[in-house]
Design a protein around this ligand. Structure first.
Ligand code: ATP
Length: 354
């Protein structure tokens, strides 16, 4: 078993409120990502789970038992950090075996565990080498194997891929997801990289200023953001937000545009709103019922697609288009909107009205 339940965690450092009532439910065997910008309280959350920080209020339950007062060593958790220091004079095998030796496991048990994890990480051929005889990426894998060789209640990972170059990072994401599935263990993984979060997590909690903004599956957080902040933080290119209000059966933009009012919104007339539109729900290449007049502001070719920046009044809309699209700045365009997939937020509270 490996469930982690946080209830109302609060923690301050002097005048900084690092955690301001964090409540989370990490199911057994899940790949749970805590996502948020720098300073959001992610590391403090992880350290509190590990017992390295004592919360001012709230509780940590492990497998349903209150562990808030337990020493770190009694929690049966493994922490995986950004920096992977390997013992330079030891072989990869000895490095990976060291956490098991420290726990007094038998040589047979150790050999079996090292074999299994080396197979999972495809590093069998490195086992006799020392760190100086390996590439950076190989050392990273060996270090990860050392962290994963135990079978604790849960693995706590603090941005473990941060120090890798982009190619290796992308590779390791796939690898970690695969390893997670093979081990069936609970992973609590902290990152500020939303692509990393969306690609690996089966559940994600979005944290800002010590508060959970939203928790759910990656699809829920992306497709039904609880507020404008989550909508803006998750997704690339960022969601476009247009100021407007509802009036009868129309949405009227502050800049003068007008669209049919979506049937799904609960917004009452005249309340200041923000219409949230993601690039993939906009088109300058197809015509539909709902469209906004604008002018081409710029093109951002990204290989497999181009993001077209279209100025609508004072706002810039990011529109996904074919990679071959062309045009000149100032050219007039109609942006077709898929209103069924749009989002509406209260302009003052930021809460979703979808
Ligand atoms: P990052 O992505 O930059 O690592 P984070 O989301 O992990 O950020 P935390 O490290 O949890 O954020 O920090 C949350 C807040 O608490 C920050 O404002 C930080 O400066 C503060 N903080 C964390 N640890 C301490 C400490 N030991 N002493 C004082 N302030 C701290």
């Amino acid at each position: 078993m490996g469930t982690v339940t946080l209830q109302g965690l609060r923690k301050s450092f002097g005048r900084v409120q690092a955690l301001d009532g964090v409540t989370l439910d990490v199911p057994d065997g899940s790949f749970f990502v805590v996502l948020g910008p720098s300073g959001a309280g992610k590391t403090t959350t992880l350290r509190t789970i590990a017992g390295l920080e004592k919360p001012d209020a709230g509780s940590v339950h492990l497998d349903g038992r209150d562990a808030t007062g337990d020493a770190p060593a009694d929690r049966d958790l493994a922490m995986v950090f950004q920096n992977y220091a390997l013992y330079p004079r030891h072989t990869a095998y000895e490095n990976i075996a060291s956490p098991l030796r420290a726990r007094g496991r038998s040589p047979g048990e150790i050999a079996e565990a090292v074999d299994r994890i080396s197979g999972l990480l495809h590093i069998e051929r490195l086992l006799r080498r020392r760190p100086a005889q390996m590439s950076g990426g190989e050392m990273q894998r060996v270090a990860l194997a050392r962290a994963l060789v135990r079978s604790p209640r849960a693995f706590l990972m603090d941005e473990p891929l941060t120090n890798l170059d982009l190619k290796l990072r992308v590779e390791m994401r796939t690898e970690l997801s695969r390893i997670h599935r093979s081990l069936g263990a609970t992973f609590v993984y902290v990152t500020n990289d939303q692509v990393e979060a969306l690609s690996m997590a089966d559940r994600v909690a979005v944290l800002k200023e010590g508060r959970v903004q939203q928790a759910g599956t990656p699809a829920e957080v992306y497709e039904r953001p609880a507020n404008r902040w989550v909508a803006g933080f998750v997704g690339s290119p960022p969601i476009s937000l247009l100021a407007c209000r509802a009036e009868g059966d129309r949405l009227i933009g502050t800049d003068g545009w007008s669209l049919p009012r979506p049937g799904w919104t609960t917004a009452e007339d005249d309340r200041p709103l923000l219409l949230g539109l993601r690039s993939e729900d906009l088109s300058v290449e197809q015509r539909g019922d709902a469209s906004l007049p604008g002018e081409l502001y710029g093109l951002e070719p990204l290989g497999d697609r181009t993001v077209v920046d279209v100025r609508v009044g004072t706002a810039i809309l990011k529109v996904k288009a074919r990679p071959t699209i062309s045009g000149s700045p100032g050219e007039r365009l109609l942006v077709t909107v898929d209103l069924d997939r749009a989002h509406l937020f209260d302009a003052s509270t930021g809460q979703s009205l979808s």
